[in-house]
Design a protein around this ligand. Structure first.
Ligand code: S5P
Length: 252
């Protein structure tokens, strides 16, 4: 008989990392498993989106290097204030992919100073176990499998990547389009209710699919929300669909 998925309460009981705990507590408090991906290119759009969707999400995922008018004071200070006001975490989707020393510099230096504000970051694990040591003040979500057509994250790659993710104390979760073991949180992008792809290789699934078949923990939605005519309404729809799909996946 097929086993039912692990609930957020069970995962919270077993959580080791402060960021995993915070995410799971926020999910339960807000009855949301939604992470909005803020792939917008100006500070104003970023802050407006955060204000609108903030109450409905558990985390806002950024690609901070696409903000054309980035200034720490103008961009990050108000973003952190909105995160505190609406109780969501900041996930910088930097997808680090280098040797440990370089990743450490990219994480702590330059104009973005990610270490100062991100609650958790994404990283490839292509650089090996020790490349993740530098992220010891944040949580790391390891890229295990990608959503795009033709990705090189094959079965063998994912298996090796997962070994690193499961053994590294900084890692709280993985991004994947496949089920992961219960010890690790699963983050699934490539979620859209209206489209099946974007003509640039992205492949979409529904919230129902990813909760039922992958037992994902958190869905990541970009264009489904920030491109919608009403981003707040869209966030509420994805929040409700995601929560309903999670509850259904507990029953089986
Ligand atoms: O495999 C992946 C991993 C990530 S983090 N596929 C993805 O699409 N992402 C990110 O999720 C991607 O960089 C983008 O920020 C978001 C998906 O956006 P959407 O507009 O396609 O929903």
């Amino acid at each position: 008989e097929e086993k039912t998925r692990c609930s957020y309460e069970q995962k919270l009981k077993n959580a080791q990392h402060s960021v995993s705990k915070k995410l799971l507590e926020t999910a339960l408090a807000k009855q949301s498993n939604l992470i909005a991906s803020a792939d917008v290119t100006t500070t104003q759009e970023l802050l407006e989106l955060a204000e609108k969707v903030g109450p409905h999400i558990i985390a806002l995922k950024t690609h901070i290097d696409i903000i054309s008018d980035f200034e720490y004071e103008k961009t990050i200070v108000p973003l952190k204030a909105l995160a505190a006001k609406h109780q969501f975490l900041l996930m910088e989707d930097r997808k680090f992919a280098d040797i440990g020393n370089t990743q450490e510099l990219q994480f702590t230096s330059g104009v973005f100073k990610i270490t100062d504000w991100a609650d958790f970051v994404t990283s490839q694990v292509i650089g090996g176990f020790e490349s993740l040591d530098c992220f010891n003040n944040v949580g790391v979500v390891a890229i295990i499998g990608m959503s795009s057509k033709g990705t090189l994250t094959t079965n063998d790659y994912r298996e090796e990547a997962l070994k690193i993710a499961l053994s590294h104390p900084n890692v709280i979760g993985g991004v994947s389009q496949n089920q992961l073991p219960d010890e690790i949180l699963l983050f699934t992008p490539g979620v859209n209710l209206a489209d099946s792809g974007d003509g640039k290789g992205q492949q979409y699934n529904t919230p129902e699919h990813v909760f039922k078949n992958l037992h994902t923990d958190f869905i990541i939605v970009g264009r489904g929300i920030y491109k919608a005519a009403n981003a707040e309404e869209a966030a509420i729809t994805y929040k409700n669909e995601g929560w309903k799909a999670y509850v259904n996946s507990l029953e089986k």
